[in-house]
Design a protein around this ligand. Structure first.
Ligand code: ADP
Length: 464
């Protein structure tokens, strides 16, 4: 059974981990899809902005500047680096107007979140009919020519790449002859945007899914925890009940066996003819009968819960009550080496208790002190008054109760087992009954104990 539960727990935890991994994978997939959809949505929304005539005309200003500079370069009046430098200067002068217009258009489409935009020239190649001449980028030039905001961010992405071929005419001078020369210019550009807080936007869009996933996960963990706990409790209850049945069967066996022997004896003529032997056997029958009756009473009475117990309270003076109780207990127990130290408080406190039930409750504790004590049992009964509370401490020097058992000893049928062996007879009902009686008196009972040192039961009851 224990093995089965362990296997079940391991299997459940493994399944939970597998399910969590699948769920994490699905959430990650959903995240990627949402991210892609969001970026696509942004790209679609801004795709028309750069077609605005004003932006186009500003780009044309740059194009015209490039045409003039390339003419100068072809006439060897300036170098490639100067072409680019001039283009960059022109770009910088056009940029404020370009940015202003772009941001105005961006505002008009009302995205609801911020983006940064730039248009980069990535390559300029001139083809003069014979060979390609790369103007940009040269190995020494890293930064492109930019319109828009200048930013570098790994989260930015290219919205659009374009490659255009344009015929540039310019006046060329060679050996005093002047003529118009045409070159093909290949221009590559790309539009890059950065959505500054895209992560939080995507997460916000996934919030329902995330919250639902987390709640579902917590619910499954809770369900699993509850199921396993119930299973372990059920197992414990089954064990406790089996224990109880074993104990009671054991307790019943001896008187029944004795009764069987006695009834056989009574059939014997010799015994019937001897009045002495007959009486002796009848006494045995009587004693065993009483023993069986007691056992059944013990099960019936001690199984009562606080709600079933009807108290009939009397007013008693505490030290009188405890003196009588201790005297009765000493009489009833056969343990010779027993010392009971009576430290009942000196003030005479009037207690309102059901003397019959309360005596049995305290008796149970005292009997346990003897049952689970050593050869020289010493019990100390100490009482004190604290405000409205009357506190009774009953300590012994016995074997003690392990910490993990202390919270369970007041449960019905619970017995501390040493392996699978119970050395001392009992039904696991004594402390249950005691706690129910204390509860019925609106009091409480706790235990403090240390193995091999002893145990103290503390009963607190209200006195008014
Ligand atoms: P029972 O004595 O019939 O087993 P109880 O309900 O009286 O049942 O006690 C429950 C368990 O608590 C006992 O099995 C015993 O192991 C433990 N116990 C109770 N009192 C003491 C004590 N004074 N010292 C050590 N163990 C105790």
């Amino acid at each position: 059974m224990k093995n089965k539960i362990t296997i079940l727990i391991i299997a459940s935890i493994a399944t939970l981990i597998a399910l969590s991994a699948i769920q994490a994978y699905l959430v990650e997939n959903a995240y990627q899809l949402k991210k892609r959809a969001f970026i696509q949505e942004t790209d679609d929304a801004i795709s028309d902005i750069d077609n605005h005539p004003e932006l186009d005309s500003l780009v044309d200003v740059l194009g015209e500047d490039l045409r003039i500079n390339l003419g100068d370069y072809q006439n060897k009046r300036i170098t490639k680096a100067e072409v680019i430098r001039n283009l960059r200067i022109k770009g910088d002068s056009v940029n404020p107007a370009y940015m202003k217009r772009y941001n105005k258009e961006l505002k008009a489409i009302n995205l609801g979140y911020k983006i940064r935009y730039k248009r980069e020239v990535t390559s300029i190649v001139v083809y003069d009919g014979q060979e390609n001449d790369t103007i940009f980028p040269l190995p020494s030039q890293q930064n492109g020519i930019i319109l828009g905001e200048d930013f570098q961010d790994k989260n930015s992405h290219v919205v659009k790449s374009s490659r255009t071929f344009t015929e540039f005419d310019f006046v060329a001078q060679e050996n005093d002859s002047v003529f118009t020369k045409t070159v093909d210019v290949e221009l590559k550009t790309r539009d890059v945007i950065l959505i500054t807080d895209w992560k939080s936007i995507v997460f916000r869009r996934m919030a329902t899914l995330l919250i639902f996933s987390v709640l579902l996960f917590l619910f499954v963990v809770g369900l699993l925890y509850y199921s396993i706990k119930t299973l372990i409790n059920q197992k414990k209850i089954t064990e406790i009940k089996t224990d109880f049945i074993n104990n009671i069967t054991h307790e019943l066996k001896t008187p029944l066996a004795t009764l069987s022997v006695a009834s056989k004896s009574l059939k014997n003529k010799e015994i019937r003819n001897s009045a002495e032997a007959f009486d002796h056997t009848l006494n045995i029958v009587d004693r065993q009968n009483t023993r069986l009756q007691k056992l059944i009473d013990q099960v019936l009475t001690n199984s009562l819960s606080a709600n079933d117990i009807v108290l009939s309270k009397d007013a008693v003076v505490d030290n009188e009550f405890f003196n009588d109780l201790i005297a009765d207990f000493k009489l009833s127990t056969q343990q010779r080496e027993l010392s009971i130290i009576n430290n009942v408080c000196s003030q005479e406190v009037l207690l309102r208790i059901d003397t019959f039930h309360f005596t049995t409750a305290v008796f149970n504790i005292l009997e346990n002190a003897v049952k689970y004590g050593n050869d020289q049992t010493e019990i100390i009964i100490e009482t004190s008054l604290k405000g409205n509370e009357y506190i009774i401490n009953i300590s012994d020097n016995g074997q003690g109760i392990a910490a993990e058992d202390q919270s369970q000893i007041f449960e019905k049928f619970y017995r501390v087992s040493h392996g699978n062996v119970h050395n001392v007879k009992g039904l696991g009902l004594g402390l249950y009954y005691t706690s129910q009686i204390v509860n019925a008196h609106q009091g409480e009972i706790t235990v403090q104990s240390e193995l091999e040192k002893g145990t103290t039961f503390i009963i607190t009851i209200p006195i008014n």
